[in-house]
Design a protein around this ligand. Structure first.
Ligand code: HEM
Length: 396
């Protein structure tokens, strides 16, 4: 078992301590929701969007979420709307588009690491945050120089320590929602302005492609465009930031595995998959039942909030041998870190490529790279995210 005792991860994430859930599917009466932890059960839920809807999740909270907040948001759509929008974005992330980014990602990684002074590197600030955010900004056609703005906006979304519950006080939830909306308003305005510019003056970027795109003969509305772009911008960087930090941390905890990778870089993609299994960046996905259904022997009524735990499923001993050990050579590794089914992560090829290139270059440039023993890593505060927030390294 990999020793993670020094890692200050959120205490809700019991699987990170090597603990197993008491039940594979369980009802949490206090929070008014179901937790699905077993691998097979999680896979069953994700394979059935008709019974386990993404679009109805917001209906289950005691707060009125305006429907326009979900318009164009892939994560909040069910078929057939989901398929139509997903087809639009899939082209922007085709294997060819992603593979062509390799030289740019490598150049950016070197550029960022060239700026490292002395023998210390805070990995998140120095590389793991800026690299993916510059790449996604360039793909979308947003000025990469605005990246600190994106960071402020996204931090609002992800610095929340609140739990998900359907039983919370309506007034409190409405107040939280209002604070979040107010903080995000400048981001929506910013994206709206960029979309308007591209309507007038299209270029060779993803926002221009979305502006031109038609679904059933109709163009996307401004709101759909802004929400669509928000998902790409947000999902497109914070998770990859965690992936880079987590992989570096796991390799540091296993110097023997790191030495092997250093000697044979062809193992990096396999190590990255193991990092996604072992420290799954988005640990939980939400779905709403549309009809009564039996999962793992438990009957879940209709209109229930179901939290599927990708992270706990990724530690299921029924699926993975020795699940609490980080094994950079684990193969096959059918982890659920990118989800499964119709919502499977659109950006997975890009995240994998960024991960491979960045880890390869880090190994090349810093033969003595190690976690600073005097400054322990910090982790994302959200109970639903597993990823380093700061990772101080010594380069010599
Ligand atoms: C969907 C994880 C990187 C864009 C998802 C889902 C997961 C996930 C678990 C499934 C959501 C669900 O089932 O409800 C990750 C992880 C990443 C990563 C762990 C990095 C390590 C990216 C990148 C992009 C991206 C780089 C974009 C450039 C998206 C989008 C969806 C999605 C647009 C929605 C797909 C849909 O609903 O059809 N991601 N993601 N992700 N991801 Fe990622």
């Amino acid at each position: 078992m990999t020793d993670t005792t020094g890692w200050a991860v959120h205490p809700h994430q019991f699987w990170l301590r090597g603990e197993r859930p008491a039940e594979r599917v369980s009802f949490d009466a206090e929070k008014g929701l179901w937790n699905v932890y077993g691998y097979e059960e999680v896979a069953t839920v994700l394979a059935d969007p008709k019974t386990f809807s993404s679009a109805h999740v917001n209906d289950l909270f005691p707060v009125d979420v305006p429907p326009e907040s979900s318009a164009g948001n892939l994560l909040d759509l069910d078929p057939p709307d989901h398929r139509k929008l997903r087809n639009l974005v899939s082209k922007g992330f085709s294997a060819k588009v992603v593979a062509d980014l390799e030289p740019r990602i490598a150049a950016l990684t070197h550029e960022l690491l060239d700026a490292v002074e002395g023998d210390r590197l805070e990995l998140v600030d120095g590389l793991a945050y800026p690299l993916p955010v510059i790449v996604i900004a360039e793909l979308l056609g947003l000025p990469a120089a605005d990246r600190e703005l994106f960071r402020d906006w996204v931090d609002v979304l992800f610095s929340q320590k609140n739990d998900i519950t359907t039983t919370a006080d309506k007034e409190q939830m409405e107040a939280d929602f209002a604070v979040q909306n107010e903080a995000l308003a400048p981001m929506f305005q910013y994206l709206r302005e960029h979309a308007a510019q591209r309507r007038k003056d299209p270029r060779d970027d993803l926002i221009s492609a979305l502006v031109r795109a038609e679904v059933d003969g109709e163009r996307l509305t401004d709101t759909e465009l802004v929400n669509f772009t928000t998902v790409l911008l947000v999902a497109g960087h914070i998770t990859t930031t965690m992936l880079l930090g987590n992989t570096t941390l796991c390799l540091d905890a296993h110097p023997d595995q790191r030495a092997r990778l250093r000697a044979d870089r062809s193992g990096i993609p396999t190590a990255i998959e193991e990092s996604l299994r072992f420290l799954t960046p988005f640990s939980v996905m939400a779905r709403a039942t549309t009809t009564p259904v039996v999962v793992g022997g438990r009957e879940i009524p209709a209109d229930q909030l179901v939290l599927v735990s990708l992270a706990a499923a990724n530690r299921d001993p029924g699926k993975f041998a020795d699940p609490d050990a980080f094994d950079a050579r684990r193969d096959p590794n059918p982890h659920l870190g990118f989800g499964r089914g119709i919502h499977f992560c659109v950006g997975a090829p890009l995240a994998r490529l960024e991960g491979r290139i960045a880890i390869d270059i880090l190994l090349d440039r810093f033969p003595d790279l190690r976690v600073d023993p005097e400054i322990p890593p910090t982790f994302m505060p959200s109970p639903f995210m597993t990823g380093v927030r700061t990772l101080h390294l010594r380069t010599a």
